[in-house]
Design a protein around this ligand. Structure first.
Ligand code: SF4
Length: 310
C-alpha cells in the first residue's frame, strides 16, 4: 500500500483546534460559496449537489494506517479544500472515525447546508462544529460570500438555528471581518442580531492575514477587532495567529507533509516551523527544494511572506 496520504494532511497548527489532523473529502474548491477572502483562490465548482465525492472506506483506511503508526492530534478535523457537508457519506465517515479512535472530531464548514435535515443528522456525532457567518443581510452575504443561487442568507441563519436546537455538541461560529465590507456599525448590529438567534457556544473573530481570492481584502488591526468583538457578542473572542504551543516534530516525510499543508493553507515561515518542529534555516532548505521543483511559491500579504503550493 502507498504511504502517501491522499485524504489526510498534517497534523497542522490550527488557531482554534490546536494540533489538527485534516481530512479532505471533496475536490479542491468544490463549494457552495465563493468567498472573496478564500485562502484557496476562486471557487471552480460552485454546487449544492451532495454526493460521495471520495470513497469513505478509503479515507478510513488511510486514517487507520496513520493512527497505527502512532499519529497524535488534538482533533481530527473534517474540512480541507472545499465544503465538507457536500459529501453525502459524512455521517458514515464520522461513525467510522469514532470506531477507530477517541480523538475528538471537528467539522470546519461554511454552514450553508444545515437547512437540510440530512446534513444536520450527518453531523450529529461530531464533537464540535465550526460554521461561518460573515454577513448580517442578503446584500452583504452576496458581496462577501458569493453563494450558490439556492443558498440565501435566511436559509443560512435558519439552518444554523435548527442545528443549535438539535445538536448536542459545541458550535463555534467564526465571523471573518473585512475592512469596508462587513464592519460598519449597521452591518455589525445585524450580524450581532443573527448571532443572538443562532446562540453559538463561542464566537471567533478572524481577519484576512493570509493571501485571499480577491485583491483589496484588507485585514483589520487587532485593536479594531477587539472593539468589534465587544459589539458582536459577550462570548466573542479574537483568534490570534497560531502560537507554537502544540508543535510536533515531524520526523519523516517532511517535504510531503509540508506540501500537503501548503496546498490547504498559505503559511508563513513561522507557521511552518511551528507545525513541523523545524528551525527556520531547515525549513528554508525544504522550501527552496520545493520552489526549484516549481510546486511551491511565495506571495506577499501586507509586508508578510506566505508560502503556497499547487
Ligand atoms: S472560504 Fe471556505 S466557504 Fe468560502 S469559498 Fe473558500 S472553501 Fe468555500
Amino acid at each position: 500500500m502507498s504511504d502517501k496520504n491522499q485524504y489526510l494532511y498534517g497534523p497542522v497548527p490550527s488557531r482554534r483546534l490546536g494540533l489538527s489532523l485534516g481530512v479532505d473529502i471533496v475536490p479542491f474548491k468544490t463549494c457552495t460559496l465563493d468567498c472573496i477572502y478564500c485562502q484557496l483562490g476562486k471557487t471552480t465548482c460552485k454546487t449544492i449537489e451532495r454526493k460521495e465525492y471520495v470513497p469513505v472506506g478509503d479515507v478510513l483506511t488511510e486514517l487507520k494506517r496513520l493512527l497505527d503508526a502512532g499519529l497524535q492530534a488534538d482533533y481530527i478535523t473534517i474540512g480541507g479544500s472545499g465544503e465538507p457537508t457536500l459529501h453525502s457519506g459524512l455521517g458514515r465517515l464520522i461513525d467510522g472515525i469514532k470506531k477507530i479512535t477517541s480523538i475528538p472530531v471537528a467539522i470546519l464548514t461554511n454552514g450553508t447546508l444545515f437547512y437540510l435535515p440530512e446534513v444536520r443528522a450527518d453531523c450529529a456525532a461530531a464533537d464540535v462544529i465550526l460554521p461561518s457567518l460573515d454577513a448580517g443581510d442578503q446584500q452583504t452575504f452576496d458581496t462577501v460570500n458569493r453563494p450558490h443561487e439556492q443558498i440565501t442568507f435566511d436559509r443560512l441563519v435558519d439552518g444554523l438555528c435548527a442545528l443549535k436546537n438539535e445538536y448536542p455538541g459545541q458550535i463555534w461560529l467564526e465571523v471573518f471581518c473585512i475592512d469596508r465590507f462587513n464592519t460598519d456599525s449597521p452591518q455589525l448590529a445585524k450580524i450581532a442580531s443573527a448571532i443572538k438567534k443562532i446562540r453559538p457556544d463561542k464566537v471567533h473573530l478572524n481577519t484576512a492575514v493570509r493571501p485571499t481570492a480577491e485583491q483589496g481584502v484588507e485585514k483589520i488591526v487587532p485593536d479594531k477587532l477587539q472593539a468589534i468583538a465587544l459589539q458582536l457578542a459577550p462570548n466573542c473572542e479574537v483568534i490570534a495567529d497560531f502560537a507554537s504551543s502544540h508543535c510536533q516534530k515531524v520526523t519523516n516525510n517532511v517535504p510531503q507533509t509540508l506540501l500537503s499543508m501548503l496546498k490547504r493553507r498559505p503559511c508563513s515561515l513561522n507557521d511552518i516551523c511551528s507545525a513541523l518542529g523545524l528551525d527556520a534555516s531547515n525549513a528554508l532548505v525544504y522550501l527552496d527544494v520545493l520552489k526549484e521543483q516549481g510546486v511551491v511559491w511565495s506571495e506577499n500579504k501586507q509586508g508578510k511572506t506566505f508560502f503556497k503550493a499547487h
